[in-house]
Design a protein around this ligand. Structure first.
Ligand code: HEM
Ligand code: NAG
Ligand code: NAG
Length: 245
């Protein structure tokens, strides 16, 4: 496996003194301005944060991943490595998409990350050439690390992330709990999170929140036009999230 460091620092373009690999881009569909990293494989990872996101963690994140339809799954590791940090994995499912919160406890199939919720927002879907996933990510800026300590994503800094993707489709695209096979490629980059912060964050969430699914329908990942994908299990910490709508 190749661990390709992303060397193409574009700090010169942004005027930043430090080498980092993200640029601002506004998504026309949602009106959200993301700080985005475009990987060499054509997968883009856009991040938007609340204006007060800091080293204390605990804040929500809007993540937008756009990928060529040939990609089976793509993911971001919020702590910059595969294991003991939250992962957000996305894949296409027909004309819809699925976003799955995971954590890996070794170099094998990551499990569902019980303390995280990925809620699909407007700006999510798949067509003949690409899939695009826009999610409100809750529980991804603070987590428990390998030593059992609380780790935080410093929303005021330039932060090292890792990505992974595979061209092989996941085993059960309709299920947020689907298993999938190992990556074809992994890489790392430096993301300017300070520049990802905006006072418009609450407005962006409000304007792009999808209607709740009808009562009694628990898992909506299978319903193409109700692309709300809560985590399936209840950790007790986030009771009442979209999973129960
Ligand atoms: C079935 C799923 C997966 C399997 C079997 C798997 C397996 C592995 C293995 C064997 C390595 C090499 C470890 C070494 O070099 O010693 C590795 C590295 C890596 N994997 Fe995975 N992986 C999976 C899913 C993922 C996912 C979903 C992500 C992130 C979104 C990811 C991110 C990485 C990264 C960044 C590395 C580089 C080393 C590190 O950061 O720890 N992997 N993986
Ligand atoms: C950030 O601001 C929001 C909205 O004003 C507030 O709800 C939240 O508690 C603040 N978070 C932190 C970590 O200060
Ligand atoms: C397919 O989706 C991508 C990503 O959202 C978008 O850029 C592209 O314009 C879409 N193509 C068509 C034909 O709508």
């Amino acid at each position: 496996m190749k661990l390709s460091a992303v060397a193409a620092g574009i700090a010169g373009l942004t005027g930043s003194a430090l080498a980092q690999d993200s640029v601002p881009v506004t998504d026309a569909e949602t009106g959200i301005t993301f700080q985005a990293f475009n990987s060499a494989d054509g997968v883009s990872y856009g991040i938007a944060l609340p204006v007060n996101a800091s080293a204390a963690g605990g804040y929500d994140i809007i993540l937008q991943v756009t990928a060529p339809i040939e990609i089976g799954w793509a993911g971001i590791a919020w702590g910059g490595g595969m294991v003991y940090n939250p992962l957000s994995i996305v894949w296409p499912n027909g004309e819809s998409v699925v976003a799955s919160p995971r954590m890996a406890y070794g170099y094998y199939q990551p499990e569902i990350y019980e303390d995280g919720t990925l809620t699909l927002l407007k700006g999510s879907g798949a067509n003949a050439t690409h899939f695009k996933v826009t999610v409100l990510a809750q529980g991804f800026s603070s987590w428990t690390d390998f030593d059992g300590n609380v780790a935080h994503l410093d929303g005021s800094a330039q932060v090292r992330f890792a990505y992974a993707y595979s061209r092989t489709p996941v085993d059960d695209p309709a299920s947020v709990e689907s298993t999938f096979s190992i990556h074809d490629s992994v890489g790392r980059w430096v993301h300017d999170l300070a520049a990802a912060r905006s006072a418009e964050f609450p407005k962006w969430v409000a304007e792009n929140t999808l209607p709740s699914p009808p009562c009694g329908r628990r898992v909506v990942a299978r319903e193409e036009r109700h692309p709300v994908v809560p985590r399936l299990r209840d950790s007790g910490r986030r009771a009442g999230a979209a999973a129960r709508a």
